[in-house]
Design a protein around this ligand. Structure first.
Ligand SMILES: [Ca+2]
Length: 104
């Protein structure tokens, strides 16, 4: 889980872009929360270890400082699969998060 303080200059819709890894076994699911309330969800589900971008639009009702949380809620680990050399460990890797107002 990553918590990022974000200042939203005005009320409106913002586009959140996450650069993340399609770790195996997919999908890697991220919930995007604003002040603890879920505002969106993105899937990194290519299941091939590659990196990519996913976007979600969120509505911000109150301008000012808010806490954005990127939550990884479907962590997975299976020792038997790992021991067998298979995909038994799903992890979350994020390189970058971008927040841009829509329509400006
Ligand atoms: Ca894991």
């Amino acid at each position: 889980m990553v918590e990022i303080p974000v200042v939203f200059p005005k009320t409106g819709v913002y586009r959140v872009t996450i650069d993340g890894q399609h770790d195996r076994p997919g999908p890697v699911i991220f919930n995007v929360l604003i002040d603890g309330v879920r505002a969106g969800q993105v899937y990194f589900s290519d299941n091939d270890g590659s990196w990519g971008q996913r976007t979600v639009q969120i509505a911000v009702a109150q301008p000012g400082l808010h806490t954005m949380t990127i939550a990884f809620d479907n962590d997975f680990y299976d020792q038997n699969l790992v021991d067998a050399g298979q995909d038994g460990d799903r992890n979350a890797l994020i390189d970058r998060v971008e927040v841009v107002p829509v329509g400006s």
